[in-house]
Design a binder for this molecule. Structure first.
Ligand code: PEP
Ligand code: MG
Length: 894
């Protein structure tokens, strides 16, 4: 038989699953001997039983009786007593805090008789009747579901007729009348009397708290915060203490250190003669906590001591709610306090310096998400801004610039020194040139893994996508947003962290943390304008340094050019995990691939390949030089063909129009026939990756030769290039075997000619379910594996990575099929199982097979922990995310 009720003296802070956050911490404070009003916690297990069975478990009622009697005996007062009534509050408290989402009822135990007892006991009739009317109001609204407006309206009416400016001006008589009127509202709206029996009040309030777990707004909140729906809430029943018993009473909140800087000191607010909800409601101005010292030195000293106890005990910043009842301090709540990203780093290192925590603990308290917030430039929140629309924040950062509508405009304006925002309906690989020079990207369509989003994130560039109210009219050159008509050259500002789009200039604040990451400690410190920021830069340096010391997984970057590679290296990348060579053929060079793919005979193809060889060799020399002495995984070309061939419809129209005019070119007709021949309904599952390499003789060979020759060239120059050759989209061992045989032959040939041994690792991507399931076979031919979790997610779920986000992900997130896009955070149960299968299979054949991941997930904090647990040797992510991955890999290992 489970125990459904825990006295505060029975629980501990480690029981948040069972007692909820609030209950666990009340128990902990009780154990510490701090002044917590007597009470007990009803477990989340009771809530789950209630949700399952539709009624509270009968044992719960019995246990509540025992616990209430114990309180009554301890303090010598009884629920409903005519003289000295015990009053209790009933408060929700789930494992994860859900601020404002769930219910609380105060003053349970008051009725027509005990209100008189309270008046007598407190010596304050007005206070007693005010407490009673608060109970009926809160109970009516929360437990009986009566529209709160009815009570509020009646209260206002009473103040008007009594000539009272505020609630406090109402007399005991006024409040007595108000109680009668509130009871009438209950009778009328709920069709029943306000329950007079304290135990009935208590039981109903407990059920109401259970029910509040499943309100629409609570479910919505949990979906957004990714809190599971089946946890349930605990319920805390706490003896009421009153901060509104005159000037020697009051209520407040405080922090054991400043939650924004982390500095220790006295931080908090106090409100004399008030109850907790008055502070939150902002009815009267609060006093700085320090002033409590002059008001009530004893309580102040007690509070300071309790703060010190709590901080030492939790070894972290705590926030606290307290009440003083006639000069006696009561602790109502504490928890490890929320903090800004900057404070997280500062507090963690301060606590290390105070010898309260170790560096391992410090890194466990600073997240990659917090670090990433500190890396992005931000808009100055103080500045005046004109919001045009809000869409999906796809890649964080803040960018201001002129609108440009295509590559040509983007290049023209940036070469004239302007900053630009590329505004498109959506982007495709053709827009890369414009995206590269733009400061930000704004699209009308697409989701978080649309082309614009993925490429922008890869570049660490700010992007807002899927702005439905944005209408981009290329013909007229107009951009319309919510009634505002703009043109190329007009200035807008986009916030990739919030999705907001502003009209005109908004000042951007640079991040010294970013300067530190890319240029080192001294530069970061020099960029920091004040002591707090310097302290932050130092703190991050220490935390990242420790993460680097303890992590097992290496961190590489996905980079396609020497420039990206250098940037990644500056940020601490220990290699390149993925160079997508197809990206080297976008823009002007696309025609070369077109020539190779569409060549009608061997001769034409060989000629086209010949042209490519020197270009590729130069690409690789530059890349390998930038990554000297660090492993550099170069992936053989993997283009879905539609990205490289002319668009079928456009070309067909062009040829038809030309035919009409009688000016058709033979070349276009041939091209159209070829594009028609190669057209695929589903190019992502078509002729790409290794399939293309096997289909078109000489294409992979050219790339392998270019890698080999680049390696020879650099070695001759005394460098130490470390290329690794990677084959994409392998589904069968034989595919890899064929490519490997050819690669080995070419390496031997180039090596022999140069008089060197070229023993380069040859491996493959594991990005198809079949590859993951037959990894033991594939490993026979592979020197390494790299998990391509983008394609693996696409093919495991059968979700087209280019289409689904806009199409139905919103619905799937809404109805709970997904809690987050699986393209953003690895789907551990499904895709993750295939990763584990790939690791296990691969290592069953080669126990030391080197393995990493190069899908987008390589830079996602939660996924990084999964990869650590799965035993991968490295993650590879966009250069911008390298520091985040270093930190998270350290946290995973610490
Ligand atoms: C992948 O599929 O995860 C991958 C890294 O390859 P790409 O994104 O280029 O398909
Ligand atoms: Mg892939």
């Amino acid at each position: 038989m489970p125990q459904y009720v825990y006295r505060f003296s029975e629980g501990s802070k480690d029981q948040k699953d069972l007692l909820g956050g609030k209950g666990a911490n009340l128990a902990e404070m009780t154990k510490l001997g701090l002044p917590v009003p007597p009470g007990f916690t009803i477990t989340t297990e009771a809530c789950r039983a209630y949700m399952r069975d539709g009624h509270v478990p009968p044992e719960l009622r019995v246990e509540v009786t025992m616990a209430v009697r114990e309180i009554e005996d301890t303090i010598g007062r009884r629920l409903g007593d005519f003289h000295e009534p015990l009053l209790v509050s009933v408060r929700s408290g789930a494992k994860f805090s859900m601020p404002g989402m769930m219910e609380t009822v105060l003053n349970i135990g008051l009725n027509d008789a005990s209100v008189k007892g309270l008046a007598e006991f407190s010596g304050d009739e007005r206070f007693a009747w005010d407490s009673y009317r608060r109970l009926i109001q809160m109970f009516g609204k929360t437990v009986l579901g009566i529209d709160g407006e009815h009570f509020a309206h009646t209260l206002d009416e009473k103040k008007r007729t009594a000539g009272a400016a505020t609630d406090i001006d109402l007399t005991a008589e006024d409040l007595k009348e108000l109680v009668a009127e509130f009871k009438a509202i209950v009778q009328e709206d709920a069709g029943r009397e306000f329950p007079q029996h304290p135990r009935e009040q208590l039981d109903m309030a407990i059920e109401a708290v259970f029910d509040s777990w499943n309100t629409e707004r609570a479910r919505l909140y949990r979906r957004r915060e990714r809190i599971p729906n089946d946890l349930g809430t605990a319920v805390n029943v706490v003896t009421m203490v009153f901060g509104n018993l005159g000037d020697t009473s009051g209520t407040g909140v405080c922090f054991t250190r400043d939650p924004s800087t982390g500095h220790s000191g006295i931080y908090g607010d106090y409100l004399a003669n008030a109850q907790g909800e008055d502070v939150v409601a902002g009815i009267r101005n609060t006093l700085p906590l320090a002033e409590l010292e002059t008001l009530d030195k004893k309580s102040y000293d007690d509070l300071r001591q309790a703060m010190r106890r709590l901080e030492t005990h939790y070894r972290d910043l705590c926030d606290i709610e307290f009440t003083i009842e006639r000069g006696k301090l009561w602790m109502l709540q504490t928890r490890v306090g929320k903090r800004t990203a900057a404070a997280a780093f500062r507090i963690a290192t301060q606590l290390v310096d105070e010898h309260l925590i170790t560096m391992d603990e410090a890194i466990s308290r600073c997240t990659g998400a917090q670090l990433s917030q500190l890396l992005f430039p931000q808009f100055d929140g103080e500045a005046e801004r004109h919001l045009l629309t809000k869409a999906m924040p796809a890649s964080p950062g803040a960018a201001v610039g002129e609108i440009v509508l295509d590559n040509a405009q983007a290049i023209e304006r940036t070469s004239a020194g302007a900053k630009v925002i590329l505004v498109r309906r959506e982007t495709n690989p053709d827009d890369l040139a414009g995206m590269i020079v733009a400061d930000g990207i704004l699209t009308a369509r697409g989701g978080k893994t649309s082309h614009a989003a993925v490429v922008a994130r890869g570049m660490g560039k700010c992007a807002v996508v899927g702005a439905e109210e944005l209408d981009v009219d290329r013909v007229s050159g107009e951009v319309r947003i919510n009634g505002t008509v703009l043109h190329a050259g007009d200035t807008i500002a986009i916030d990739g962290s919030s999705g907001e789009v502003f009209l005109g200039e908004v000042p951007v604040v640079d991040s010294p943390v970013m300067i530190y990451i890319s240029s080192g400690l001294e530069a970061g410190l020099a960029a920091a304008e004040d002591e707090a920021t310097k302290e932050l830069v130092h703190a991050i340096d220490r935390v990242l340094g420790h993460a680097d010391d303890v992590r097992r997984m290496r961190v590489r970057a996905n980079a396609d050019t020497a420039e990206d590679a250098r940037r990644a290296r500056d940020r601490g990348a220990e290699g390149i995990g993925l160079c997508r060579t197809e990206h080297q053929f976008l823009g002007d060079r696309r025609v070369y691939i077109e020539h190779v793919v569409l060549a009608e005979d061997d001769e034409a193809r060989l000629a086209a390949l010949e042209e490519l060889l020197p270009l590729q060799r130069t690409d690789f020399v530059e890349l390998l030089d930038a990554m000297d002495s660090l492993p550099t995984t170069i992936r053989l070309i993997d283009p879905p063909l539609h990205e490289f061939l002319p668009d079928l419809t456009e070309l067909a129209v062009k040829v038809a129009l030309a035919k009409e005019r009688g000016q058709v070119e033979e070349r276009d007709v041939k091209l159209l026939a070829a594009v028609q021949r190669m057209h695929e309904q589903n190019p992502m599952l078509g002729l790409r990756g290794v399939r293309l390499g096997l289909k078109i003789p000489g294409l992979f060979a050219l790339q392998i030769r270019a890698i080999a020759e680049a390696t020879v060239e650099l070695r001759k120059a005394g460098k130490n290039p470390l290329p690794e050759i990677m084959v994409p989209l392998v589904g069968s061992m034989r595919e890899l075997q064929i490519v490997r045989e050819e690669a080995v032959r070419i390496l031997a040939e180039v090596g022999a000619a140069a008089g060197v041994t070229l023993d380069l690792p040859i491996g493959c991507m594991i990005e198809l379910p079949r590859a993951a399931l037959t990894a033991h076979r594939i490993a026979e031919e592979a020197d390494f594996f790299s998990f391509g979790t983008n394609d693996l997610t696409q093919t495991t779920w059968g979700f087209s990575r280019d289409d689904v986000e806009g199409a139905f992900f919103a619905d799937y997130l809404e109805n709970g099929v997904l809690t987050i896009s699986p393209f953003e955070t690895l789907d551990a149960d499904g895709v993750g199982a295939l990763v584990v299968s790939g690791v296990t299979g691969g290592r069953s054949t080669k126990p030391h097979l080197h393995m990493g991941v190069c899908g987008e997930h390589g830079g996602d904090p939660e996924s990084i922990h999964f990869f650590h647990d799965a035993g991968l040797d490295y993650v590879s992510c966009s250069p911008f995310r390298v520091p985040i991955a270093r930190l998270e890999a350290g946290r995973a290992a610490a």
